[in-house]
Design a protein. Structure first.
Length: 366
């Protein structure tokens, strides 16, 4: 009897020391705590109760700075997760460093107020979405649309079919290509020009006029071409000024693109329910619309709802549903917020007529 009383007293003392006074009125969390406490007493946690307690209190205070302990946040963590940096400051982006995506990620970090963001370099857009969905990064940056090439289909497909991430903000980046060379080289020494295929295609007129007869080399990114140019006097790269500075190359000629209206919109993505409060010049909303069936007038039915609500569409694109040939869904983007009454009315009407209306985000645009 004395042993049971001592165990109960030590258990209550452990709860008090852990700071669970705020959990007293939360029945579900009290049950979770009880199971966690029983594991500790039975020895399944692999540590003595006092060592278990000290270790988790210190870890909790180091992670969120509040001293508040949440057992649901720690029980399922792996040792690899514990070695990672603060997830809330991590931004995943399509690498390598020095690309326009990296430039957009740095801009989003400034808007979020992240003084020292941890940039997580990814090899594909799929990996960026996976990092956000699986909690390896709080945010991700992906390309949405280019003024010359159109929408980025890999991003749209992830939104529609693979990921639960939503758009938190958008930024439009002006694409200005530069011819970068070795710091000590001259244009006469250049025998080949390296860049991403789109970079070479968008500067074809300049290459024909200023560097005729030079061979071209296709690389994985514009940033990679800047790195090659910084190492080889005979190789020039097509990249942005940021990549040239980052890799130690010199900008020989700026603004060499054929079309000066080249712009790319980048999206900041995150998990649902964790959207930060960002500001912008205007607000946009993106939807994924799935039809009940393929029939005549289906697209007109969708467009009429926006016309009746006086909503201006900025983008509409069809994509296959990947279920059968000829089965398509639509992406729609328009000016306005889901908080607007006209937008809410249009969405409610669409939900009555379509199989699914998926809101991919209602976000500010800078």
């Amino acid at each position: 009897m004395a042993k049971k009383f001592q165990s109960a007293v030590s258990g209550r003392k452990m709860l008090r020391d852990l700071g669970f006074v705020t959990y007293r009125h939360d029945l579900r969390r009290r049950k979770d705590l009880k199971r966690l406490l029983l594991r500790t007493k039975s020895g399944n946690a692999g540590l003595r109760p006092r060592a278990w307690k000290r270790r988790r209190i210190i870890r909790c205070r180091a992670e969120n700075g509040t001293g508040f302990f949440n057992p649901l946040r720690i029980v399922n963590r792996t040792e690899e997760d514990l070695k990672m940096t603060n997830i809330e400051n991590t931004i995943a982006f399509l690498g390598p460093v020095g690309t326009y995506t990296h430039e957009a990620a740095r801009s989003f970090a400034d808007r979020l107020g992240l003084c020292e963001p941890a940039m997580l370099e990814c090899a594909s857009f799929d990996e960026v979405f996976d990092c956000v969905d699986r909690g390896r990064a709080a945010f991700g940056v992906v390309g949405k649309e280019n003024s010359l090439e159109g929408s980025v289909t890999a991003t749209l497909d992830n939104f529609a079919f693979r990921s639960s991430a939503v758009i938190l903000a958008e930024k439009v980046v002006d694409i200005h290509h530069c011819l970068v060379i070795h710091p000590d080289a001259t244009l006469d020494e250049v025998t080949r020009v390296a860049s991403h295929p789109q970079g070479l295609a968008q500067c074809r007129r300049f290459l024909n006029e200023r560097l005729p007869g030079r061979s071209t080399l296709t690389v994985s990114s514009t940033a990679e071409s800047a790195r090659l140019a910084a190492q080889d006097r005979t190789t020039a790269g097509i990249a942005n000024a940021f990549a040239a500075e980052l890799h130690g190359a010199r900008v020989a000629v700026g603004d060499i693109e054929d079309h000066f209206g080249n712009q790319t919109s980048f999206a900041l993505i995150g998990r649902p329910g964790s959207a930060p409060q960002l500001s912008g010049d205007r607000c946009k909303t993106t939807l994924a619309l799935f039809l009940q069936s393929d029939k005549a007038g289906a697209l007109n039915m969708i467009l009429s709802e926006f016309a009746y609500a006086n909503i201006n569409l900025t983008m509409i694109q069809s994509r296959p549903t990947k279920q059968q040939l000829g089965d398509y869904m639509f992406f729609v983007e328009f000016e306005g917020s889901t908080n607007d009454l006209a937008v809410q009315t249009a969405l409610n009407c669409l939900r009555l007529k379509l199989r699914e209306v998926k809101v991919l985000g209602s976000y500010p645009v800078e």
